[in-house]
Design a protein around this ligand. Sequence first.
Ligand SMILES: NC(=O)c1ccc[n+]([C@@H]2O[C@H](COP(=O)([O-])OP(=O)(O)OC[C@H]3O[C@@H](n4cnc5c(N)ncnc54)[C@H](OP(=O)(O)O)[C@@H]3O)[C@@H](O)[C@H]2O)c1
Length: 289
Amino acid sequence: MKILLTGATGKLGTKVAESLLKTVPASELAVSVRDPEKASDLAARGVEVRKGDFDRPETLTTAFAGIDRLLIISADGDNETRIRQHTNAVAAAKQAQVRFIAYTSLGNADKSSLFLAPVHRSTEEAIKKTGIPYSFLRNNWYLENELGSIQGVLKGAPWVTAAGYGKVGWALQQDYAEAAAAVLSGSGHENTIYELSGKPITQEELAAALGNALGREVPVQQVDDATYADIMRGAGVPDFVVPVLVDIQKAIRTGALEIESNDFEKLLGRPVTSINDAVAQIVRELSKA
Ligand SMILES: NC(=O)c1ccc[n+]([C@@H]2O[C@H](COP(=O)([O-])OP(=O)(O)OC[C@H]3O[C@@H](n4cnc5c(N)ncnc54)[C@H](OP(=O)(O)O)[C@@H]3O)[C@@H](O)[C@H]2O)c1
């Protein structure tokens, strides 16, 4: 059996590769990356490193050749670019006669109001159309998305949010990575959709978890969208990113990431890392850096 993952030199992909290497021999693992130099560590450990770029479809059919189980890690960029890139990856998987496709999607991708949902809807549909057995890993929110806010609090700022009391199923990338590795190396995951969500909590509850880790109260400043945009600009967020952040706050406020599911536990075979432990881990890492 040969497993291949894309995006293996990214933050999530690195963790998926490490998780897989705990249970799968390196000879059964391959990665498709844009820059093989960046994967030299994996190559040194016996993982086959192939070159594949979603923007160059001709590279992908070769990269996916002879692969049984493929993980497509969603790329970054604007919606139009990502839809084109993912469509290329799915077409190449079909051409290479891959036997199983897992894809890192978005929580409630089929009905989500988040601006980035069309990317995941369209990729899921393209995968289904191939007829290849699939597993959609509908990842809720990475706790790592909040690194900027956590760093702000470490420097004395309050927890600023326009998300009101909307809940989010935050979890560590490590947990998402281990769940993906379980699907890739396990059996019985054909034609499945996993809603991978931590226990949904509010911004206030997240700030309280941060307060626990820091041993002090973290004040929460609930603001409206315009004020949130001003604060983000003031914190140095580039102008083109600000509306994206505001849109995310809006979507959270209206419940787009409030997803209850025990799929994580099913795949991990253990409870998802608690928010207190997860936040404490991030604070420890930030303090070391
Ligand atoms: N659910 C959430 O909260 C959340 C939050 C942020 C992101 N995401 C999604 O999760 C993905 C993984 O997150 P991450 O933190 O690991 O992001 P990341 O570190 O930026 O990794 C993105 C990966 O996509 C690869 N990639 C980009 N363009 C590509 C192309 N044209 N062809 C092939 N590969 C390409 C990158 O390759 P290189 O290594 O060569 O750069 C990188 O490995 C993101 O790309 C995004 O789609 C989800």
